[in-house]
Design a protein around this ligand. Structure first.
Ligand code: SF4
Ligand code: SF4
Length: 418
């Protein structure tokens, strides 16, 4: 089913105000979040509580983030279509030097290293999720960085070569039950102007040609498409569809992950599982075994193994984020009553206010059941991918059996933990 045939959807995607107006609104939300977190103190007395009592911190980590993960699994990179950083980056590139990105940026390792820094430098030592002021500095830094990179490099350099969120959402968007594609590929072949790829259209504010390093007429899978809708606006034949499809469809294509993307997956696994021993026991040891039995097809096995980790990792990431929502549920009302959260944190520190988590038991039970069902479903899908996808066509039967056992052990590592 083509969702663009639904009139309100069509009106939105064809509008010259979409996605720029939502992007501007989100940029102003960034400014409000910055104001709501930059001046918030972090004295030792309130330090254990401020992450939960500050509204900006809660919005970013315990409202926006979990829902972004759910949305990507349902509809692909919808967040990217309204992301303010894309707008800032694109505006920079319109007025900037338009240099070609150097090889080091294109390698993908900049994203992996930045993500590692966010998790372990900013996350662990600077308290990105715990100290509101660090969050404010982070928001200001990524907005500035996206603009500066836009000023130097052509197209969407920040989105394509620097943004860890884009890379994560790109991998998770393989799961989505929707796809943005050209409706009729013959129209593109016969088109004289090719406006959706033309260089002359690259820096139009509305309806520009694709700046995501893909050809909109032959999008292979969901990973690179930001759903920005500019190609549709550029196309004189409006030759695009946004269709429902079977979730996980992209896993039945020959997806190839780069070593840098494999590094990102490993970082997410370590972070979500929060247990590096589990990463070694349940992921690296099975991987070594798989590589040993299929040493003649080393690279296909490595690629298939890593791609197969994506559905489980996405499910674990989502459940991890929803655990955060449940834990923070009693704080949300207080967050809106005291947005900076200092008074609430002080009352909690002085024990004049008490948060009762005991009422959350039913929600945790529901999460437990959802976890079992979700991991069961993910395991079943992983087995079908192993048996049917071209990803594993060069892998022998023993290799496939080991892959199935590896996925079972990997899923068990999360299930036992949650
Ligand atoms: S890739 Fe990153 S910066 Fe670009 S639109 Fe997506 S989230 Fe925003
Ligand atoms: S293919 Fe179209 S919708 Fe996707 S990123 Fe390119 S211009 Fe945007």
């Amino acid at each position: 089913m083509n969702l663009l045939k639904i009139k309100p959807v069509w009106i939105i995607v064809k509008s010259k105000y979409y996605p720029i107006v939502p992007q501007l609104i989100n940029l102003s939300v960034f400014v409000v979040l910055f104001i709501g977190s930059i001046g918030v103190g972090y004295e030792s007395k309130i330090a254990p509580y401020i992450a939960n009592t500050n509204l900006a911190n809660q919005i970013v980590w315990n409202i926006w983030w979990p829902f972004t993960l759910v949305i990507v699994a349902i509809a692909g990179r919808l967040w990217c279509s309204v992301c303010p950083l894309e707008l800032v980056n694109s505006l920079g590139s319109m007025i900037g030097l338009k240099k070609k990105a150097p090889r080091v940026l294109k390698s993908g390792w900049v994203i992996t290293l930045l993500f590692a820094f966010i998790l372990f430098g900013a996350g662990k030592y600077l308290g990105l999720q715990a100290v509101p002021r660090t969050l404010a500095i982070y928001l200001a830094s990524i907005v500035s960085l996206s603009f500066i990179l836009g000023l130097i490099y052509e197209k969407r350099s920040f989105c394509s070569y620097v943004c860890p969120l884009g890379s994560i959402l790109g991998m998770y968007s393989y799961i989505a039950g929707t796809e943005w594609r050209a409706d009729d590929t013959t129209i593109y072949k016969e088109c004289k102007t090719k406006d959706c790829v033309a260089k002359r259209n690259r820096y139009k504010l509305v309806g520009h040609s694709c700046t995501s390093n893909i050809n909109p007429a032959s999008i292979p899978d969901n990973r690179e498409c930001l759903l920005c809708t500019h190609c549709l606006k550029a196309c004189p034949s409006t030759n695009f569809r946004f269709s429902l499809r079977l979730p996980f469809t992209d896993f039945f294509k020959n997806i190839k992950l780069t070593p840098a993307e494999m590094g990102i997956l490993m970082l997410i696994i370590g972070f979500v599982n929060n247990n590096w021993h589990a990463l070694v026991v349940f992921t690296l040891v099975p991987l070594l075994l798989c590589l040993l039995v299929s040493w003649k097809s080393l690279l296909p096995m490595l690629n298939a193994f890593m791609v197969l980790l994506i559905p489980t990792t996405a499910a674990a990431h989502m459940l991890h984020a929803f655990r955060g929502i449940i834990w923070n549920w009693p704080f949300y009302k207080l967050n809106f009553q005291d947005p900076l959260g200092v008074s609430t944190a002080t009352m909690l520190a002085e024990k004049s206010l008490h948060i009762d988590h005991s009422k959350l038991e039913p929600a945790y039970r529901l999460l437990g059941t959802t976890t079992g069902l979700l991991y069961g479903a993910v395991f079943a899908v992983s087995v079908v991918i192993i048996l049917k996808s071209p990803l594993t066509e060069n892998i022998n039967r023993t290799g496939k059996l080991l892959l199935i056992l590896s996925m079972a052990s990997y899923i068990a590592s999360f299930y036992i933990k949650i």
